[in-house]
Write a protein that binds this ligand. Structure first.
Ligand code: HEM
Length: 422
């Protein structure tokens, strides 16, 4: 692999074009990389990243007060600590596991079928914009119990919120735009919250409205923040992972053939996609005291960014880390979606992702439906693959050509997929 200059700025265009080129040199020669323009430290070794994410006393989520709270309209889960965090996290976890997850998997299937119908006969799809992104928003709205007819509006507001949280540098105009998006999203949510307080259902908003913490119900602000928290956390990484899964399988035809032959390999393919190209590339924390990593002191008060992409490719954590291999002996597929995961794509420690099982169900269901329907799936001619994003990262578009498979060969009833029923 080409050894790039480790002293490149992570804010440079070169780094943004292909951060993966820089991960080995950073880990080896500058594992505690200081970025003066934003007065922040970037850690790239697996061991150091894991230490930051699990040493909650030394590395706090205080930085989210500035990075997230203004657009979340209140404190998000990742900011909370102690009993409050445990209690509120439990409410969210319960809504994405067990029986709730089984019901959601049916809803994921129905949403995916609806989106596949229109593009299937055409033999062409932009997997990000025609399928993955709307699917991720639709299923999240289902879980929250929000009206899907509003999805494009909600998605537009949500993208302003996401831009605020995931921008390392934001111009005053974009900052204003993001804050307006958040205010409009809040204005849309508050009447829904008030209605659910009077008429609760089974959805997550109702559960948040009826739950009590220390005998006190959550305020509209608390509930709004948790809804926006779930919207922001659930949609972007899931749609990026689906697109990246297809990209890697298309680029590795032998592994694509194995997954097609044996769909039980899909979870391994998803786990390896998450390790190889994590959609959440950076996790911020704040140092509470001076801490030494690899001989360099990170001072108290400093912002620290954990580089998940670099940590997942650390040869001390995975053998041949720059190779995409769904059969790698150190993958540990089953534990990849749990707290015991060796990759750090869902974070680790107290704030580890609560949606990992849901994300797995969503991607496995969608990919399991798509693969048998899209024969000879390949990149559309002339398309130049490009990833964007430093904080969350994935392809902005993924145009694919394929031969549609009809009749019986799919394992789905033809009337389940609108395009097949005719
Ligand atoms: C492939 C998909 C996903 C990836 C890669 C991912 C990644 C992450 C990461 C890295 C964190 C840790 C943030 C930190 O430590 O500060 C996190 C937290 C979180 N995620 Fe996910 N996520 C995914 C899907 C989802 C889904 C589908 C949901 C909701 C259903 C969700 C809800 C959350 C929430 C609420 C938190 C905050 C947990 C806490 O602070 O206690 N995520 N996620």
């Amino acid at each position: 692999m080409h050894m790039a200059n480790p002293y490149v700025s992570v804010l440079s265009e070169d780094f943004a074009a292909d951060p993966y080129r820089y991960f080995a040199p950073l880990r080896e020669r500058s594992p505690v990389h200081y970025e003066p323009a934003i007065d922040s430290y970037f850690l790239s070794r697996h061991e150091d990243v894991k230490r930051v994410l699990t040493d909650h006393a030394t590395f706090t989520t205080e930085t989210l007060q500035v990075r997230a709270e203004p657009v979340m309209r209140g404190p998000v889960l990742a900011q909370m600590t102690g009993a409050e965090h445990t209690a509120k996290r439990k409410i969210v976890v319960r809504s994405f596991t067990g029986q709730a997850l089984r019901d959601q998997t049916r809803a994921i299937h129905a949403n995916a079928a609806e989106l596949i119908g229109p593009f299937l006969p055409r033999g062409r799809v932009d997997l990000v914009n025609d399928f993955g992104r709307p699917l991720a928003v639709h299923v999240t709205l289902d879980v929250l119990g929000l009206d899907k007819k509003d999805w494009q509006q909600v998605a537009a507001w949500h993208s302003g919120v996401a831009e605020f949280i995931t921008s390392i540098v934001l111009t005053p105009e974009r900052r204003r735009h993001c804050l307006e998006c958040a205010e409009q999203l809040e204005a849309y949510l508050v009447p829904v919250i008030e209605h659910r307080r009077r008429h609760p259902g089974e959805d997550l908003i109702s559960r948040l409205c009826t739950a009590e913490f220390d005998g006190v119900a959550m305020s509209n602000r608390d509930v709004t923040a948790l809804i926006i928290n779930v919207l922001a956390a659930a949609t972007e990484p899931a749609d990026k992972t689906l697109a990246l899964l297809f990209k890697h399988l298309i680029d590795h035809p032998d592994q694509m053939a194995r997954v097609r032959q044996d769909p039980t390999l899909l979870p391994a393919a998803i786990a390896e996609t998450l390790r190889y190209t994590p959609p959440v590339q950076l996790i911020p924390r704040q140092a509470e005291q001076d801490t030494v990593f690899a001989g360099t002191t990170v001072p108290a008060g400093a912002t620290v960014f954990c580089m998940i992409g670099a940590a997942n490719r650390d040869p001390d954590a995975f053998t041949a880390p720059d190779t995409f291999d769904i059969h790698r002996p150190d993958l540990g597929t089953a534990r990849s979606f749990t707290a015991a995961a060796q990759h750090l794509s869902f974070g680790t420690g107290l704030h580890q992702c609560v949606g990992a099982a849901f994300a797995r169900a969503e991607i496995e269901t969608a990919a399991g439906m798509l693969l048998p329907l899209l024969d000879r799936v390949r990149h559309s001619p002339g398309f130049r693959y490009r990833e964007t994003g430093l904080y969350t990262r994935g392809p902005a578009a993924l145009p694919l050509d394929f031969t549609p498979v009809h009749e019986g060969a799919t394992g789905h009833r033809d009337d389940e997929i609108p395009g097949l029923a005719e």
